[in-house]
Design a protein around this ligand. Structure first.
Ligand SMILES: Cc1ncc(COP(=O)(O)O)c(C=O)c1O
Length: 311
């Protein structure tokens, strides 16, 4: 669904609430030409205790940390961004939505050095259902191993959520869709499993859970972290600091993706080879169920994962 079909009317830009249609930037904006922006994708869930941003603090921390290697000073505090986000959600009456904070180098000159271009923050919120479709959550998706490799973290900080990095995700995802798959798995420079274009990857084998470590050129996913905690709470052993070779994917009992957008999405085939029983496996289902119970119920034991929004 396009933005024009959504009931949204306000965007926060540089400290001001502006009409959605007026949230425009100059065509010579540095971030547009060089991908010099950092961003986040956060879900607000309509929990039993009211609308709440899921793991907002961790997303904010990652936004500011992503800005660091680019010497970008976001001239608003985390409290300012929190207030603006809550205001956007309540003004637009969006109890359940996706929130996109971004900060990018703005307009002034077009040398590659952004030093005289002002960093410009903005936040938008809009309704967004299941990223890969409702059916994907239940029945899983078919993925292909992309022919594109992920950037090495020695080439670009892969743990920073930088706008420019997402052309790699776009190439991998579109290649997959062009070939009839729903999504891609991207290998790192060494040829091991890194992640999806916008998701982390988990593998289940003999009831133990494996996910590529942070040195495998992945984004340190916040859903990844949530799922590791959930899996451990459910009694599973999680190996979160491993390399996973491409060859380990096909014989896996189960595979699944995690991400703020993708939530917990089972993978049923890789390159047309059936994984496990070819549908959502029992470990994936248990973790997915607990994940949705938590984000919908906001239970007391996970209270620190929720930032409530007054409507
Ligand atoms: C490349 C990449 N990996 C992993 C993830 C999952 O991260 P998170 O769970 O923090 O959304 C995302 C989504 O933000 C992503 O873009």
């Amino acid at each position: 669904m396009g933005f024009d079909e959504m009931d949204v009317d306000t965007i926060w830009m540089d400290g001001e609430y502006v009409d959605w249609d007026d949230a425009e930037i100059h065509v010579l904006t540095h971030g547009l030409h060089y991908g010099s922006g950092v961003f986040e994708g956060v879900r607000c869930y309509d929990t039993e205790n009211g609308p709440a941003l899921f793991r907002w603090e961790e997303h904010l921390d990652r936004l500011y940390e992503s800005a660091k290697p680019y010497d970008m000073e976001i001239e608003f505090t985390k409290a300012d961004l929190t207030e603006a986000t809550k205001e956007l959600i309540s003004r637009q009456e969006l109890p359940s939505c996706y929130v996109r904070p971004i900060a990018y180098y703005g307009y002034n000159s077009l040398g590659v050095s952004p030093s005289d271009c002002p960093p410009r923050p903005a936040i938008a919120a809009w309704p967004w259902g299941a990223y890969l479709g409702e059916d994907a959550l239940e029945n899983g998706i078919d993925v292909m191993i992309s022919s594109w490799r992920k950037h090495a973290s020695s080439q670009i900080p892969t743990n920073a959520k930088t706008t420019g990095l997402y052309v790699n995700s776009m190439l991998a995802g579109e290649e997959a869709r062009r070939n009839g798959y729903a999504e891609a798995i991207v290998l790192n420079k060494e040829g091991n499993v890194a992640e999806g274009p916008g998701e982390n990857v988990f593998l289940v084998r003999d009831d133990e859970i494996y996910t590529p470590g942070l040195s495998e050129s992945i984004l340190d996913g916040i859903t990844r972290d949530s799922v590791i905690q959930i899996a451990e709470e459910l009694g599973y052993t999680v190996h979160d600091d491993v390399s996973i070779s491409r060859g380990e994917l096909n014989p896996a009992d189960e595979l699944f993706f995690t991400g703020s957008a993708a939530e917990v999405t089972p993978i049923r085939k890789v390159d047309n080879v059936v994984i496990g029983n070819g549908s959502r496996g029992p470990v994936t289902e248990a973790i997915q169920q607990r994940f949705f119970d938590i984000v919908e119920g906001a239970p007391e034991e996970y209270d620190e994962w929720f930032e409530y929004v007054e409507m």
